[in-house]
Design a protein. Structure first.
Length: 255
């Protein structure tokens, strides 16, 4: 475990190699994306629009989604492990490849959590947002969400191995699917025509949308956790099996 913790630490340090100022632009972009969203939902809710959520729930959902965005939909360096030479580093170390990816990814979250998420959590009351979870089981849901996120990330990474030089296309398709189906940007319950009742059972809904719904008190906690556990049980063995088979077709830098 110690070696993975060290890998995560090095990843966090690597993210700040250019200094804290280097990340300032990213922090500013996140802030100026979040604040307009808060005021947008204020206007929408004040107009009397019926969205199946209270005003406070909508603000909290949007705010917490922005604070934990990297965790809610996991994206590791695996998407570029053919074109960017990530393979050369991972297979050159006496450690699990997927373990290294997980440690590196988790480590890369730390700087933005400190520079953006923590300060914005402290000033949340200024925007009229309450960021106290409705259930302590939110933490369990978040852990299951992250776990499932790595499994889905591994499956997309295996797809990039299969299609070789189509990483950009795969990334675009993945972004479209996750944006629509995960509930991180558009809550699942806002989908029309009764689609929400069906969509909450698909695997992407067990990513960000699940912990966010529990956090805001909109979900059946036990049902949501059971669905997350089931998808973890189904997708992790599938991801590991496909990854093992995909390794035979890996090519890095044409060799």
């Amino acid at each position: 475990m110690q070696k993975y913790l060290k890998t995560a630490q090095l990843s966090a340090l690597e993210t700040t190699n250019g200094g804290v100022v280097y990340l300032t632009a990213d922090v500013i972009i996140k802030i100026f994306t979040l604040i307009p969203l808060i005021f947008l939902w204020r206007v929408v809710m004040a107009s009397g629009a019926e969205v199946g959520m209270s005003f406070e729930q909508m603000l909290t959902y949007t705010y917490v989604s922005a604070l934990l965005t990297d965790m809610l939909v996991v994206q590791s360096a695996a998407s570029g492990w053919l074109s960017e030479g990530v393979l050369m580093k991972l297979y050159g170390r006496p450690m699990s490849v997927l373990g290294q990816l997980a440690a590196q990814t988790a480590g890369s979250w730390v700087p933005m959590l400190i520079l953006f998420s923590l300060p914005m959590a402290l000033v949340a009351p200024l925007f009229g947002v309450i960021i106290i979870p409705a259930s302590p089981l939110f933490i369990v849901s978040l852990i299951l969400c992250i776990s499932l996120g790595f499994a889905i990330d591994t499956l997309f990474a295996c797809l990039s191995i299969k299609l070789r030089n189509m990483s950009w296309l795969i990334g675009s398709i993945r972004l479209a699917i996750v944006t629509l189906l995960s509930g991180t940007i558009i809550p699942i319950r806002l989908l029309p025509f009764g689609i929400a009742e069906v969509m909450k059972f698909q695997p992407f809904a067990s990513l960000g949308g699940a912990p966010l719904s529990i956090f805001t008190g909109m979900a059946d906690v036990h049902q949501t956790l059971i669905i997350q556990v089931i998808w973890n049980i189904v997708l992790w063995p599938t991801a590991l099996f496909i990854f093992k088979k995909s390794q035979e077709g890996m090519v890095s830098y044409g060799g």
